[in-house]
Design a protein around this ligand. Structure first.
Ligand SMILES: [Zn+2]
Length: 220
């Protein structure tokens, strides 16, 4: 039974992905745990599972990302990331690399003077990798031959890259798009300093959305 002052909270965790839990008495003004459960914070949680679900036993803040709560532009970027994660990850599906990339993106959005425009795409690429929905980045999905620079394109229905020998028109910008996806996959800190042209970013955004939408999503 959930008491009136209990709250159901949802968290995205490193070990178990999306997790929801009861936080007994969290609405109580004097609750010492309340401050540790704000949105957009990284928190250490100790949960206890029982027949009625998980409930919170301890919470301790690791990172607060204060700028995300005061700057609307930053908040918007990060909120988009949270929404995407919530839509495409199921409860109990953890992925440490995806989690770490999300935290790095939040840290970047919080600390950088100007938030890179491609944080959501960084997360989308890791999410596609996690979902097993990322096309082969090295060979033609159709004939399996190695992709040559400036000699392939993205084939939407097949959700993959096809070489020109397989009858697809060359789409030279795809070479740059695939290069960026490979760099995003590596996921080190350098990705935040990349310079990406509008044209490349636009195509990357379009492809990653198409591939994600094909997954359907799990959250209601
Ligand atoms: Zn081919």
């Amino acid at each position: 039974m959930v008491r009136e002052k209990d709250m159901i909270i949802e968290a995205f965790t490193r070990e178990e992905g999306r997790v929801s839990f009861f936080a007994p008495g969290i609405r109580h003004v004097s609750s010492r745990r309340a401050g540790h459960l704000e949105t957009l914070m990284e928190t250490n949680l100790v949960l206890v599972s029982s027949k009625r679900g998980n409930s919170l036993s301890e919470a301790r803040v690791i990172k607060t990302f204060p700028m995300l709560r005061t700057d609307y532009d930053r908040l918007e970027v990060v909120y988009d990331i949270v929404k995407t994660l919530r839509h495409y990850t199921g409860e109990g599906q953890g992925d440490t690399k995806l989690y770490d990339v999300v935290i790095n993106c939040l840290t970047c959005a919080n600390e950088s003077k100007e938030t890179p425009r491609f944080l959501r795409e960084i997360v989308a690429v890791q999410l596609l990798r996690f979902l097993g929905a990322l096309p082969d980045l090295y060979s033609c999905t159709h004939c399996r031959k190695r992709l040559k620079a400036n000699d392939f394109s993205f084939k939407s229905h097949e959700r993959g890259f096809w070489c020109s020998d397989c009858g697809e028109e060359k789409d030279e910008i795809m070479t740059a798009v695939v290069k960026i996806i490979r760099i995003f996959l590596a996921g080190n800190e350098k990705i935040f300093k990349l310079q990406i042209s509008d044209g490349v970013l636009q195509r990357l955004r379009q492809i990653s959305l198409e591939l994600l939408r094909a997954q359907g999503g799990v959250a209601k």
